[in-house]
Design a protein around this ligand. Structure first.
Ligand code: AHG
Ligand code: MN
Ligand code: MN
Length: 347
């Protein structure tokens, strides 16, 4: 059951995503409805990808595609399927003039569909996050980030390379034990659960706030030999030196979205530092770190590269990577203090 708080007092029903977005947009007198249509396009693609993922062991869609993407990573067949579904839905919708995707080296400019189409948005996508988990039935997701095409600018690489602070919306879909779409357009974070019988995303988690601290820490400890001394000390402090023994628990799935989603709802920190294999960090700034940083800040949390606010980083390349420390504010601040060599906060 969706939580009672998602209940719409006027209609006596749970609100659908479409109803919610239209209601939000009506608060702005000059709104054209184009953002509502863009979100609708994204949610339609999400439903199609959801249906592929739900039948992944039955349809012939699992396994590697045989190709390698621009990051030198093996593409899974579902990476390509999800990329194609989202790009096609956005092309058909006509609200966006430029797409950037993890699964495509260059920008994807979109021809206007006709005089009706506005094309004022730029959308960046991680079509399938955590795709190494597909074949083993573990939660995966989609991440999206939305910018405005700057006034008078052509859809070009330069217009795509905006800092995360310029995002007008960001969200993700987690294909988990239920399928959820969580997004922000700069006025808080709201979560919608897909009702598979009705076929609609219903408002189930209104006004999400991340707890200021939490029990969970998420990091690939397989990389621990390469951890910065401060990071090693922070993890040791989480494990042994807090007042309550076992105050913290490790949770690391290998799908950023799933780890993020748990930590968002329950309180926690996700960390992916620079490593010898990934000297800049592993996660991609434009379509992994920035959208999740926007969401976590809107939920009252914090996201940095260990030092600098993620949203202030000026991107120089579409697929550039960054170190990420993201989640409950107190936990991220403490991690930063350890990285600076200052040790734990005075309590
Ligand atoms: P993607 O599947 O989109 O390439 O992203 C994978 C990312 C992220 O989802 C996850 O947290 C991280 O890679 C896992 O990396 P390790 O296997 O190095 O821990
Ligand atoms: Mn990813
Ligand atoms: Mn991906």
């Amino acid at each position: 059951m969706p939580s009672k708080s998602g209940y719409h007092p006027e209609t006596g029903r749970f609100q659908t995503l479409d109803q919610f977005v239209i209601e939000q947009q009506e608060r702005f007198p000059h709104s054209t409805g184009s953002f509502s249509r863009l979100l609708r396009d994204l949610s339609v693609a999400a439903k199609v990808v959801n249906s592929d993922i739900r039948r992944a062991g039955l349809l012939d869609v699992t396994g590697a595609s045989g190709d390698v993407n621009v990051q030198g990573e093996v593409q899974q067949r579902l990476d390509i399927i999800a990329h194609t579904e989202f790009v096609e839905a956005l092309k058909l919708g006509g609200e966006c003039s430029l797409i950037v995707s993890e699964e495509h080296d260059e920008i994807i400019p979109i021809e206007p569909m006709g005089p009706e189409s506005d094309g004022s948005y730029i959308v960046l996508l991680d079509p399938l996050d955590g795709s190494s988990n597909i074949d083993v039935n573990v939660s995966v997701g989609t991440i999206f980030s939305v910018y405005r095409l700057p006034e008078g600018r052509e859809p070009s690489l330069e217009s795509a390379l905006q800092p995360g602070s310029e995002q007008i919306a960001a969200g993700y879909i987690v294909y988990g034990s239920s399928t959820m779409l969580v997004y922000t357009s700069g006025d808080g974070v709201n979560g919608f659960t897909l009702d598979p019988l009705v076929g609609e995303f219903m408002l189930s988690h209104p006004k999400i706030q991340v707890p200021p601290t939490g029990r969970f820490y998420s990091i690939d400890e397989g990389n621990s030999a390469a951890f910065h001394e401060g990071l090693e000390q922070y993890i040791h402090w989480l494990q042994y030196e807090q007042e309550k023994p076992q105050a913290h628990k490790t949770r690391y799935i290998g799908s950023f979205i799933s780890d993020f989603h748990r930590n968002l709802l329950k309180g926690g920190i996700y960390m992916y530092p620079a490593t010898p294999v990934y000297p800049q960090g592993k996660l991609r700034l434009m379509y992994e770190a920035n959208p999740m940083a926007f969401i976590i800040e809107q939920a009252g949390g914090r996201a940095t590269d260990g030092e600098r606010r993620i949203l202030d980083l000026q991107p120089e390349a579409l697929h550039q990577r960054t170190a990420v420390y993201i989640g409950s504010t107190q936990m991220v601040r403490t991690a930063e203090a350890f990285l600076r060599g200052e040790g734990p906060p005075a309590s």
